[in-house]
Design a protein around this ligand. Structure first.
Ligand SMILES: Nc1ncnc2c1ncn2[C@@H]1O[C@H](COP(=O)(O)OP(=O)(O)OP(=O)(O)O)[C@@H](O)[C@H]1O
Length: 847
């Protein structure tokens, strides 16, 4: 079937090509006849029937013959009707008269040795398909004959066999076809020559002679057109040189192979040679044109290349500058301690829903379009540190957070929390895809892999049921996280199949030591918040509704804290929820904090998206102050060691004192009455006291009241920062050092009178800070204790403020010593620069 169809198609193509060719030849014949005898009164593209009928009376043929060969038809039978224009009536002559004309014409043709036809070929009844072809051939042969006459050469025929002429014939064909409605293409089609079978000898000659005269004209036309309409095939033919080479070489080849030409050249050969020279000249000029064009193109291309190069250099420079700007911007943000905010847009789940995300910029900008107002006023612009589009991978997100995560190893506290509407992809970012897939793992997993050393510290957790575990490898942590995930409540809502119904907080405590002996303690909070949800949309009821309310409440507490921080309020309501209490260190301390705001792109989430982005924008304005590293340098460590030594030395002295008092038998009863107790006060300096020398602690009482040294006490000095953060953990975070001294407690009240203290108890100094210890005089009343400064060491800048009464809070108020053990202590700090005075630690009384 296929074969027959293919054959049928092939036959059809062949037949139509033949018909086209025949039509073109008729066109040529008509065109030529009209140049000789005037309009024939038939269309330029006549059908065979039209063509034959206008020639049937022989008049046109005879007249044409006599034009090119005067007298070739001596007697022409004229029509009774005017010859021009020919009409059907003009044919109404006796048949013999027609015959006479046709016969005379055919005789003349024969004399000229041109291909003839049968007189019957012109008879209407005998007209068959293709019978007009012979008549056309005869006319075209006459035309060639005329051309030969004009060029005075009859040897041209042998050259017209060259491929050029054959191709030219086809070119002519193409040109003629351009007139034929079936083919409007006017481009040169040289390749067609290869497809065509060479015409039969007789046809060939006629055809070639007819065509050649048009070749030059056609080529010239083509050259004119070529710049605007370069035909690939023509270019290819030109570049391969096949056509034009053969055009120029063939005549010479033929001539050189013919001995006749080597000796004497007939006139017609000369003419042909001239023609070939013309063609060669034409070819050369065309070649030059092409070469010029090629050079020009190459020049343009080079110029374009340079411009592209310049552009790409500029683009690279631009990107470098943008990156640098971003780096500087981030540095400024770090210095100011801004919470960094990244926004992540999850892929859309619904192909039908409109996407409200209109633009995501590399510079952290994102544009949302209100689906209800698709015009300009529906456009909302937001700016964050970075925006991750729906195609961003987990790895990309992690790569951007990695430096932050790594800084935990430098002693910084870091907090990364994912915030956003339910179903917007928070858990996906923090943990990975639902279903526990090991692919596309989230920040939690990737961060753990990245951290070098993980170890537990003191348990400072205040979350019910939270536990702390020792881990030695990432696998340990992953197992723990799986365990945690199992405990995490997840349930299906109308918005998210696996909606997390609780916040998830993974805290990694890092405790490290560096080679210089310094230590660091820091922690990394990785927080996946439960999603905010509109209960009318999530369609939750019962327990799920309660959960949603709790979730929304704690998120709104987070909002309150952020608002208070952004407005720099003096009171930040951390205590309003466990969540904010937990994040207090990250939001209010000197931590590095990153918020990952998540949004869904679907139009029905538009309101939630806007509210998330607005909240995120607000978070980005919060300045936490520059992050601080919780590193204790080797120097601090040395100071600590010195303190330890001092403690031991003091303890030894006390033991000696006790032995001495036993032997002297002095206040034995008192010693018995009041058992020996230790008072512990932590002594901490503020963070600026880093280069302080060792604390010069002396037993101030030993000289005058040696018997009193049988009691010991410990004092604590704290910098102003410790006053704010009085929890053990925070103190540790501040990196303070501890000093202690044992002092006979029961004798404290007498210190001022016996002038036992001649030096400050603890003395810290650096350029800006002098820290002094104040001891109370013997209280005259239980509620009011006058203070006296024993020793004040000041430098030139130091200003001593007026003495303040002690605070009246229960802890701070010094109690009247019912016994010598209940004495209280007070200390002060004088900051020489800011001249602030702040009470450090109120005396602690461990009775
Ligand atoms: N970037 C992403 N690429 C592919 N899928 C994602 C992406 N973000 C989220 N998803 C998919 O979307 C669905 C909802 O995401 P996910 O559970 O992380 O949302 P959520 O914000 O944690 O929701 P909820 O607050 O209700 O717990 C999940 O099936 C998740 O796999």
């Amino acid at each position: 079937m296929e074969d027959s169809a293919r054959t049928g198609l092939h036959d059809f193509t062949r037949a139509s090509r033949k018909a086209e060719e025949a039509a073109w030849r008729r066109f040529q014949a008509v065109e030529w006849l009209e140049t000789l005898v005037g309009p024939l009164g038939i269309p330029k593209q006549p059908s065979e029937r039209e063509f034959i009928s206008c020639l049937r009376n022989g008049l046109i043929l005879c007249n044409a013959m006599n034009k090119i060969q005067p007298g070739a038809v001596p007697k022409v039978v004229e029509s009774q009707m005017p010859l021009q224009p020919l009409s059907r009536e003009s044919q109404a002559l006796p048949a013999y008269q027609y015959f006479e004309n046709v016969r005379n014409f055919l005789v003349a043709v024969e004399e000229l040795k041109l291909p003839a036809f049968e007189a019957s070929d012109l008879e209407r009844d005998a007209l068959e398909a293709g019978s007009a072809a012979k008549v056309v051939d005869c006319i075209l042969a006459l035309k060639s004959y005329e051309w030969k006459q004009m060029s005075n050469g009859n040897s041209f025929n042998k050259y017209v066999k060259s491929p050029l002429v054959m191709i030219s014939a086809n070119i002519m064909h193409s040109r003629a076809s351009a007139v034929v409605p079936s083919d409007s293409c006017r481009q040169l089609d040289m390749s067609a020559a290869c497809e065509r079978q060479p015409p039969v000898e007789g046809d060939n000659q006629k055809l070639q002679v007819d065509s050649l005269e048009s070749v030059i004209k056609l080529l010239v036309d083509s050259m004119v057109d070529v710049k605007e309409n370069i035909d690939d095939k023509l270019l290819a033919s030109y570049h391969s040189g096949d056509v034009l080479n053969s055009m120029s070489k063939e005549p010479l080849k033929e001539r050189s192979s013919s001995p006749a030409h080597s000796t004497s050249m007939p006139l017609e050969d000369l003419s042909a040679l001239e023609n070939s020279r013309d063609l060669k000249a034409l070819w050369l000029s065309a070649k030059k044109d092409f070469e010029d064009l090629q050079t020009q193109l190459q020049r343009d291309l080079k110029h374009l290349g340079t411009q592209v190069q310049e552009l790409s250099t500029a683009a690279l420079g631009y990107h470098r500058v943008v990156k640098e700007n971003q780096k500087l911007y981030n540095m400024v943000q770090d210095l100011k301690g801004n919470i960094r905010v990244y926004c992540r847009i999850r892929p859309s789940f619904s192909s039908e829903s409109k996407n409200v995300i209109k633009f995501i910029g590399e510079d952290g900008s994102v544009v949302i379009l209100d689906p209800a107002k698709p015009q300009k006023d529906g456009r909302k612009d937001f700016q964050f540190n970075r925006v991750f589009g729906p195609t961003s991978s987990q790895d990309e997100v992690f790569k951007d957070t990695q430096p932050l995560i790594r800084s935990v190893m430098d002693g910084y506290n870091v907090c990364i929390f994912a915030y956003g509407q339910t179903g917007s992809g928070k858990t996906h970012t923090m943990s990975g895809p639902s279903g526990g897939s090991t692919r596309d793992m989230g920040i939690n997993y990737l961060a753990l892999n990245d951290l070098f050393q993980i170890c537990p510290t003191d348990n400072g957790l205040s979350i019910p049921d939270a536990t702390m575990h020792s881990v030695n490898s990432t696998t340990d942590v992953l197992n723990l996280m799986k365990f945690g995930e199992m405990n995490r409540m997840v349930s299906s809502t109308a918005i998210n199949n696996r909606s997390s119904r609780s916040h998830s907080v993974l805290t990694i405590h890092v405790h490290g030591k560096d080679t210089s002996g310094g230590t660091l303690r820091s922690c990394l909070h990785l927080v996946d918040l439960a999603g905010s949800e509109r209960v009318d949309k999530s369609e939750v009821t019962g327990d799920r509704l309660k959960e949603a309310q709790y979730i929304n409440k704690s998120l709104s507490c987070l909002g309150d804290v952020i608002t208070a921080l952004a407005q720099k309020n003096s009171h930040i309501p951390y205590r309003n929820s466990k969540l904010t209490l937990l994040l207090q260190g990250a939001l209010g301390g000197h931590a590095k904090t990153l918020m990952l705001a998540h949004v869904s792109p679907e139009e029905d989430s538009f309101n939630e998206t806007i509210s998330t982005l607005k909240f995120a924008q607000r978070v980005s304005t919060v300045e936490l102050g520059a992050a601080r590293s919780n590193k204790e340098s080797g120097e601090v460590m040395q100071l600590k060691e010195q303190i330890e030594k001092l403690k031991k030395a003091l303890a030894n002295k006390e033991v000696q004192g006790i032995q001495f008092s036993k032997t002297s038998e002095k206040p034995r009863t008192m010693t018995e009455r009041t058992p020996q107790r230790l008072r512990r006060l932590s002594i901490e300096n503020c963070s600026t006291v880093k280069t302080e020398k060792a604390i010069n602690l002396e037993d101030r009482k030993g000289s005058k009241t040696p018997s009193l040294s049988t009691r010991s006490r410990r004092l604590s000095l704290e910098g102003p920062r410790s006053v704010k953060n009085d929890s053990l953990q925070i103190s540790h975070d501040m990196g303070k050092f501890l000093a202690s001294e044992t002092v006979p407690r029961e004798n404290c009240g007498q210190l001022q009178e016996t002038e036992a203290v001649t030096k400050p108890f603890g003395h810290f100094r650096n350029e800006n800070t002098t820290l002094e210890v104040w001891f109370p005089k013997t209280p005259r009343s239980p509620t009011r204790i006058p203070y006296q400064k024993r020793v004040v060491e000041t430098d030139s800048k130091t200003q001593v403020p007026s003495l303040q009464p002690p605070p009246t809070t229960p802890e701070a108020r010094p109690r009247a010593p019912r016994s010598p053990t209940s004495c209280t202590y007070q200390k002060r700090v004088f900051e020489t620069e800011s001249i602030t005075q702040c009470p450090l630690l109120s005396a602690t009384n461990d009775t």
